[in-house]
Design a protein around this ligand. Structure first.
Ligand code: DLL
Length: 436
């Protein structure tokens, strides 16, 4: 097996890709107009007839779809087919309000497997690999998404699911796992646990990891690669669009190729909705051009990133998205200042003596927002040396101030005192709404 799963698509010329996208887009708009009353109403209101959409150049004429549209039509209101033709249901966890319910037909599941298989192939995987899937199985799309990808490749899939870290390490050694799939925070935890258990790198056979479902930094990549002795690849997706495999990293580890023959990406200014050019950061929007059960038009992801067209050093021409910087709805506004958790993470990862295990706690005291960053000291540092801890706290505080333009209190805590996550890490504790 070569380094591309679908070379004719992954290395297609822009001209060819535009033809594929245009045909699929026109077909999809006709399907949703005929089958989804919500979209018929929306397109009628905008004065758009399906025949007005002939090519990708017409995309920006179409209205956006928001998460609230899915919630308002809970559970199946935006489905383009009756349930009898829907094979599988998933749902996104959603921290507030109702969950968002998504559906897949047999063909949709095939496409999903194909997308995830492209990601596994780009990470060096073949049918000979043993894919250890430690994303959660269930309504969350992580577990089954990579599972379908592995099956499409003919690899050996271990559906380990998340949790029971000691058992994961035993399986890894005994079953000969070669590619690990889980969240980057769980990969860190597995790496730490391997070190603690005294399992040498030579006892595990991993060569690569496919990590996503949450933002992670380059420093975290380096740490995971060292702790597990692997090359770590990013994978992106969201339940509403497909799940893992919407975009994936290649060996260049410099941005994620979007499977744009299935999902057309755009970057918009989140305030005005205007489409932004290559290289500019804004909100990522996807149009699902082949989905049968739940085709969404210009779905606003809330993820902040940018797009770059061109030929990658790996040979792929699939447009690349930058590593997502976080979500616009993750952004904290503290005393009027915009703060992204990733900015804090960068500072911590660049500080010697502390780890990537941290929590951000926001409170409102006497009508004033306070920001506290708790971070674990690196193992082996002398936690009892009060002066040392205070110095480190002052150093981090100073760096945070220069990056954020805001003063934060910093508390260094003992190694292992911040709860580990087996899925997406919970880094932010915002207690302000409690006092509203
Ligand atoms: O997290 C799907 C997934 C599973 C992707 C496994 C990759 C691996 P949701 O639970 O619906 O779906 O959450 C989607 O997670 O809008 C992003 O904010 C975030 N996200 C997903 N992948 C990445 C990534 C899955 N690689 C939301 N980097 C998205 C940064 C990511 N954020």
């Amino acid at each position: 097996m070569g380094k591309f799963r679908s070379p004719e698509i992954e290395t297609a010329s822009r001209h060819t890709m535009r033809i594929v996208q245009s045909d699929r887009l026109a077909d999809m708009v006709r399907r949703v107009y005929e089958n989804v009353p919500f979209y018929k109403k929306k397109l009628d209101e905008c004065g758009i007839r399906p025949e007005d959409i002939k090519s990708v150049d017409d995309l920006s004429k179409l209205p956006f779809t928001n998460k609230t549209d899915l919630r308002d039509n809970y559970p199946y209101g935006l489905f383009a087919l009756p349930l009898g033709q829907v094979t599988e249901i998933h749902a996104s966890s959603g921290t507030t309000g109702k969950q968002t319910v998504v559906g897949y037909t047999e063909n949709d599941l095939k496409t999903w497997g194909e997308c995830a298989a492209r990601a596994i192939t780009a990470a060096g995987g073949t049918h000979e690999d043993v894919l250890h899937v430690s994303y959660g199985y269930g309504l969350f799309t992580g577990g089954l998404g990579l599972h379908y990808g592995g099956q499409a490749m003919g690899s050996t899939v271990i559906p380990a699911s998340s949790g029971n870290t000691a058992r994961q390490l035993t399986i890894m050694q005994d079953f000969g796992s070669t590619i690990l799939c889980c969240t980057p925070s769980y990969a860190m935890y597995l790496g730490e646990s391997r070190e603690e258990a005294g399992i040498p790198l030579s006892a595990i056979h991993l060569k690569a990891g496919i990590f996503g479902a949450e933002p992670w930094t380059e420093q975290m990549r380096k740490s995971i690669e060292e702790k597990l002795g692997i090359k770590a690849y990013d994978i992106y997706g969201l339940s509403e669009v497909m799940g893992p495999g919407v975009a994936f990293e290649c060996e260049c580890q410099d941005g994620l190729h979007v499977n744009e023959d299935f999902f057309i990406p755009e970057i918009i200014d989140p305030e005005t909705g205007e489409v932004l050019p290559d290289g500019e950061y804004g909100e990522l929007v996807f149009t699902c051009i082949t989905k049968e059960a739940l085709p969404l038009i210009r779905y606003r992801t809330r993820d902040i990133t940018c797009l770059t067209h061109g030929t990658c050093a790996c040979g792929r021409t699939l447009v690349k998205m930058g590593k997502p910087r976080g979500r616009s709805d993750d952004m904290l506004i503290i005393r009027g200042v915009n703060v992204f958790p990733s900015q804090i993470e960068e500072v911590l990862l660049h500080t010697k003596g502390v780890t990537a295990n941290y929590q951000i706690v926001v409170e409102r005291v006497n009508n004033l927002d306070t920001l506290e960053v708790r971070v674990e000291m690196a193992p082996g540092m002398d936690f009892d040396a009060v002066r040392l801890v205070e110095e480190k706290e002052r150093e981090i505080k100073g760096r945070l101030h220069s990056v954020l333009g805001l003063s934060a209190s910093v508390t260094i805590v003992e190694p292992k005192s911040i709860e580990r996550s087996e899925g997406k890490a919970k880094r932010i504790i915002d207690n302000r709404h409690t006092y509203d």
